[in-house]
Design a protein around this ligand. Structure first.
Ligand code: NAP
Length: 324
């Protein structure tokens, strides 16, 4: 089968289309024919080894010291079950599904095996393959952070970076959980963020949300420009800062802030959970969650797609189509 392989870290052109062995499903696995995958900030980090300050060595250890341990990137997919192992009961050949391989990656390929009990779910009928492929990275990340941040209905939430892959999911999920949502983005993305349900949008080129006197129960930072030291006065009593991206110094501050104030910082990686995929699928089916698709590229255009991601300006999600 064809796969996009990278054998060294670096710029987008380290990605190469190659012929590799087609996987064979184990007894408890499904073999998925991938129709669509995505290019996320996770793929960008694994390809470029660009890590938040202080995480350079940890990132090297995680992805592979001298070369990538997993040569096939791609955290998300949507496609069709082509074969099942002999013990598989939850899926059958022909099922239209989406899946989240997360940190184990491997979705830049024509086929992928996933355990039937893993993060795999039936594709919501009202989502296209492109939309279904883009449900998980932002959606599962923000479900995890909102759960750990104990978001309550009626709370005021600010999403910094509301137009990105994670931010567009954060705005929609916070609205679903009954929050009053403020999104922060640049001028070009104000209408997009409003269309996702944000009650209020701040254009960061015109206003600094940390200096306008407003306070929030929850601040989500998906950009890295709202460390606790800068945004603590914008957090209400018992407020929580959800550091989706944070450097080592910021994460080391967490215990001190918790001991000395009534505010909390929540950071670190979000894990992949099967239940979260099922939750997102149900919510999408009910019309409460719809991934934003920015640009579409063909499998052969993967280098171009990564060049676009490297700009840091994507709106929502970028999808890669293999077959539709
Ligand atoms: N902790 C975890 O488990 C976890 C999971 C997933 C992702 N992450 C991290 O979360 C971060 C965001 O991921 P993502 O996929 O959402 O990235 P992304 O889609 O690439 O984000 C791009 C967006 O960032 C916006 N942006 C850039 N500078 C901004 C600023 N100063 N203020 C507000 N918005 C700004 C851009 O909007 P404009 O063009 O309008 O500026 C663009 O829409 C990444 O660093 C990723 O590594 C962490």
């Amino acid at each position: 089968m064809k796969a996009i392989v990278y054998e060294k870290y670096g710029p987008p052109d380290v990605l190469q289309l190659k012929e590799v062995q087609k996987p064979i499903p184990k007894d408890d696995e499904v073999l998925i024919k991938i129709h669509v995958t995505t290019v996320t900030s996770g793929d960008w980090r694994a390809r470029s080894l660009h890590a938040p300050a202080g995480f350079g060595f940890i990132s090297h250890l995680f992805f592979g010291i001298s070369k990538p341990r997993q040569p096939v990137l791609g955290t998300e997919l949507a496609g069709v079950v082509e074969a099942v192992g002999k013990d598989v009961r939850k899926f059958k050949i022909g099922d239209q599904i989406f899946a989240y391989s997360g940190a184990s990656m491997g979705c830049y390929a024509e086929y992928k095996c996933m355990p039937e009990d893993g993060p795999v779910a039936i594709k919501p009928a009202n989502l296209s393959y492109e939309e279904a492929a883009a449900v998980s990275f932002g959606g599962a990340t923000m479900l995890n952070f909102f759960r750990r941040g104990k978001l309550q209905s009626g709370e005021k939430v600010l999403v910094n970076g509301a137009s990105g892959g994670v931010g567009t999911a954060a705005v929609q999920l916070a609205k679903h959980f009954g929050a009053y949502v403020t999104g922060v983005c640049s001028t070009a993305n104000v209408e997009l963020v409003r269309s996702l349900g944000a009650n209020h949008v701040i254009d960061y080129t015109k206003e600094d949300f940390m200096k306008n006197g407003e306070t929030y129960d929850v601040i989500v930072d998906t950009v890295g420009t709202a460390p606790y030291s800068r945004c603590k006065d914008s957090l209400k009593d018992n407020g929580r800062l959800l550091l989706v991206v944070g450097n080592l110094t910021q994460l080391l501050q967490i215990p001190w802030v918790m001991m000395t104030t009534n505010k909390k910082i929540i950071g670190g990686p979000a894990s992949e959970r099967v239940e979260d995929l099922h939750f997102l699928a149900k919510l999408a089916e009910a019309g409460g969650f719809k991934p934003v698709i920015d640009r579409r590229f063909r499998f052969e255009e993967i280098v171009e797609a990564h060049r676009y991601i490297d700009t840091g300006r994507k709106r929502g999600n970028v999808v890669i189509t293999l077959e539709l």
